[in-house]
Design a protein around this ligand. Structure first.
Ligand SMILES: Nc1ncnc2c1ncn2[C@@H]1O[C@H](COP(=O)(O)OP(=O)(O)OP(=O)(O)O)[C@@H](O)[C@H]1O
Ligand SMILES: [Mg+2]
Length: 282
């Protein structure tokens, strides 16, 4: 069977090779990802950045088997999962090897389940005994700096920042090898944003690999070991965070840097931005 065929880099948590994804029916088919190749090592934090519509969420969803791929391969922990059936993908997601924190925290949490039920569900599915589950839930709640008082509430009874932290705790509680966080801080105010970024930094010490998606290089730069830049469905640059920030190769990366004044002093002038735009393919 091709399902468990080991691929070249067996030491990676995730290997994506020449991935193409299309949306839409045949006549209105649009390509959302084009030849994307990317690996994530155990314990590594990879920042995935790109403007709106560049395909960031599509890549995340493809890696979780939530959108069909046209060509290319996806390997998780060295096992090729590209041709998994829906049922196999569901099994993989339920086992919690990879976890996904959705862009909209409300989507990550069932509105009818209490926070305690939401957090215990993935553990119950994984057969974790009740007492151990209760202990782990409390430990992870503490890690995301939430009080146990929230356990009896519904997601609708939390603030946006609290909800997002519950979503992060839920993703972590199964001790996944890889967590994909889709814009985990963009909907939050700056105090909550800083706190979530701090929590993510602590996770790196655990050996959990993270893919941190953002349109903002500034949020990613302080957390990520490497940064991958997606532009119109193509990866245009991948490199160590310092290198990408200090010596960006692609004009699009330079444009992104120009709009992140926290990284490089003053933002680029309008004329500079126009000059960079002119270098990009039409
Ligand atoms: N279910 C879908 N059906 C058809 N087209 C889609 C679908 N989901 C996304 N697209 C299109 O695919 C492209 C990539 O979308 P995607 O959501 O991956 O972008 P993104 O980089 O996550 O953007 P954002 O920063 O706004 O979240 C966009 O042009 C989008 O309109
Ligand atoms: Mg998105």
């Amino acid at each position: 069977m091709s399902d468990n065929k080991p691929t070249g880099a067996a030491s990676s948590v995730l290997d994506v090779t020449s991935l193409d994804v299309h949306y839409g029916p045949r006549r209105r088919r649009r390509q959302a990802l084009r030849g994307v190749s990317l690996s994530v090592a155990p314990g590594e934090t990879l920042g995935l950045i790109g403007e709106t519509g560049s395909g960031k969420s599509t890549l995340a969803r493809a890696v979780l088997g939530l959108v069909p791929t046209t060509s290319g391969t996806i390997a998780i922990g060295g096992a090729d999962v590209t041709s998994h059936s829906r049922r196999q993908w569901r099994g993989l997601r339920r086992r919690g090897v990879i976890q996904y924190v959705f862009q909209d925290p409300l989507r990550s949490l069932d509105p009818d389940l209490t926070i305690e039920e939401s957090l215990s569900e993935p553990l119950r599915v994984g057969g974790v005994p009740r007492a151990e589950a209760a202990e782990r839930i409390r430990a992870y709640l503490e890690r995301v700096r939430l009080s146990e008082e929230l356990l009896g509430r519904l997601p609708g009874e939390l603030s946006g920042g609290q909800r997002q932290r519950v979503a992060v705790a839920r993703a972590l509680v199964t001790r996944p090898r890889l967590v994909i966080l889709d814009e985990p801080v963009s909907a939050l105010d700056s105090a909550n944003r800083v706190q979530i970024l701090e929590i993510l930094k602590e996770l790196r010490a655990d050996g959990t690999a993270l893919v941190f998606i953002s349109h903002d290089l500034g949020s990613v730069a302080g957390v990520a070991d490497r940064v991958a830049v997606l532009y119109r469905g193509e990866l245009v640059e991948v490199g160590a965070t310092d290198t990408v920030v200090n010596e960006p190769q692609h004009p699009y990366t330079r444009l992104l840097l120009g709009s992140a004044p926290t990284l490089h002093g003053a933002p680029a002038t309008r004329a500079e931005r126009e000059a960079l735009r002119a270098l990009l393919p039409a």
